[in-house]
Design a protein around this ligand. Sequence first.
Ligand code: IPD
Length: 249
Amino acid sequence: MGDEIQEYFKHALMVAKEAGERVKTDFYRNKNISVKENFADLVTETDTAVEELIVAKLKQRFPDHKFIGEEAVSAGGHCELTDSPTWIIDPIDGTTNFVHSVPHTCISIGLAVNKEIVAGIVHGPILGETFTAVKGHGAFCNDVKLSVSTIQDLKQGLVIIEGGTSRVPGVLDTKIANLKKVVENCHGIRAYGSAALDMCFVAKGSHEAYVEHGIHVWDIAAGKLIVEEAGGIVCDPSGKLYSLDILYY
Ligand code: IPD
């Protein structure tokens, strides 16, 4: 399986870079924007086109593989994780940044086999940073090996915490309570607007943690492996290690 995974990974990296060219071109143009769950949950024509491109290119090479893509699922598509090789795709993570021409936007592609992420790619075409990991082979940014921070005391740490797209009052209350708890206990907080990049910044060691209440599997699938391969962990609020069996939380 090891060689096969390397082959899947190399092909997906090529596809991510091709998709990145489309994102880069559209980044400097006027965007065609629609809303999903609410006025703050955005999708552009580029999100949909890039997801279609990625799925088509991967399907052509690996016809038996399965797909979970943010835009297909948001449009009512099936979201099921089985033991089969499954590509979990966020065509533009950081859509709001993309809309507002903020460079923190990326393509996130994770590959799950037996419900475990075995390869992850987070490609930031505007930032010029490509984060990658293959299970058991470390995590890299533009081929430089990554390690998480060695700081153990959160009070010495810099933490990323996102507001997200939900505007449901109860959800916002939890987010504000989390923000208070985090800010009380660390050097400072940051929010870059892309969960996948946030996780890569933790993998890089420039931030000690990333916290978000209410996230989707496509936002974090690739980042999960990148963090783990850099020596970090991904857990739920109780401290239990995050498993892909839970697709949403
Ligand atoms: C969003 C981003 C954002 C996070 C939201 C996600 P999208 O993903 O990752 O940082 O706070 O929860 O939904 O919509 O840009 O793919």
